[in-house]
Design a protein around this ligand. Structure first.
Ligand code: ATP
Ligand code: MG
Length: 304
């Protein structure tokens, strides 16, 4: 594992103390709070690192942290009611400004008690869902009609939760019943209902921009009053698959149908050029540039 991106994790940010770096993001707490568990706020800084198949790749994708943060913030705002829909509470601290050193790629958020579930919604069949379907005719144990192809639209969007493994470990698909065991029936129902509702709302917005939101993943936490709150990043090209709607309708091959605005470009190149043992190869400049261009185009089409 390596990364050519500068490591903001070690950078000094006035007023903040670094506590954790995930594969893509770096977390800080206010420097004046000695025990990070007591922190009420966190600074989440998105780097230009890109990960696939649980590896951080090299080089990074220049500008990715800023593009994804802009997209996340835009969706949080839409979902808070800017799109005319009901207000979905989110973890952003109103009016709080991240340090100028990381401006544009950072958010100040309320530190929440996170629920250990990745709330995945799939409107289309692809990726690990398609692999499972080929093997058993199901997705996360949910039986599907026969004869579906890679990239096909599902009869209805499916909620397919995953257990959010502790830091660095691989997340694991679970059944809805297992999610009930993890967080209780009421919470599990609320997570499913909120996830499906947000997916439907976001998919409609994407459609209006000529985009398909094929699938996505949400994370929720709860605040001190127990309010279910949308956290983490939301509807970014790291947490979602976006395709071009016209290419999907008209494309002759799976690759043409799933013309992607997300890191599928990177996944596809790696799958073709690496046997998944040892360290992954350096990404060629052309793959990096294409990924950057597609991330940028996604933002322009949605936010324009
Ligand atoms: P990796 O991506 O390397 O597998 P990760 O998902 O833990 O690990 P990141 O996504 O880079 O790493 O870091 C974000 C972390 O912050 C996640 O663990 C996420 O659940 C957590 N998080 C996001 N929003 C909040 C919040 N408001 N309060 C507390 N934790 C949060
Ligand atoms: Mg994450």
């Amino acid at each position: 594992m390596s990364s050519a991106a500068p490591s903001p994790a070690s950078a000094d940010l006035p007023g903040w103390r670094h506590v954790y770096s995930g594969k893509v993001r770096d977390l800080y707490v206010p420097a004046d709070v000695p025990d990070s568990d007591d922190a009420e706020r966190m600074l989440v800084v998105a780097s230009d690192r890109v990960s696939a198949f649980d590896h951080v790749l090299s080089p990074g994708i220049a500008g990715k942290g800023e593009l994804l943060t802009t997209l996340s913030m835009w969706w949080f705002d839409r979902l808070a009611g800017a799109d005319g829909g009901p207000r979905i509470p989110n973890h952003l601290v109103d009016g709080a400004e991240p340090p100028t050193e990381v401006a544009g790629r950072a958010m100040i958020v309320h530190a929440l008690e996170m629920l250990p579930i990745e709330c995945v919604v799939r409107g289309y069949l692809t990726g690990s869902g398609y692999q499972e379907y080929l093997a058993s005719g199901t997705v996360c144990g949910i039986p599907l009609p026969e004869g579906l192809a890679d990239g096909d639209r599902l009869p209805e969007p499916l909620y397919t939760p995953a257990y959010k493994a502790p830091m660095g470990e691989h997340d694991e698909n679970i059944t809805f019943e297992q999610s009930v065991e993890l967080v209780g029936e009421e919470r599990a129902n609320a997570l499913r209902d909120a996830s499906l509702a947000i997916y439907a709302r976001a998919a409609a917005t994407a459609e209006a921009a000529g985009l398909i939101l094929a699938d996505t993943k949400f994370e929720f936490g709860q605040d001190l009053e127990g309010t279910l709150t949308l956290a983490d990043e939301v509807l970014t090209s790291d947490s979602s698959r976006y395709w071009d709607a016209r290419a999907w309708r008209e494309g002759a091959s799976p690759a043409e149908r799933m013309a992607s605005f997300d890191k599928q470009i990177v996944r596809d190149w790696l799958s073709a050029n690496w046997d998944k043992t040892g360290a992954p190869p350096e990404l060629p400049a052309q793959i990096v540039d294409r990924t950057t261009a597609r991330y940028r185009e996604l933002l322009e089409r949605l936010v324009a």
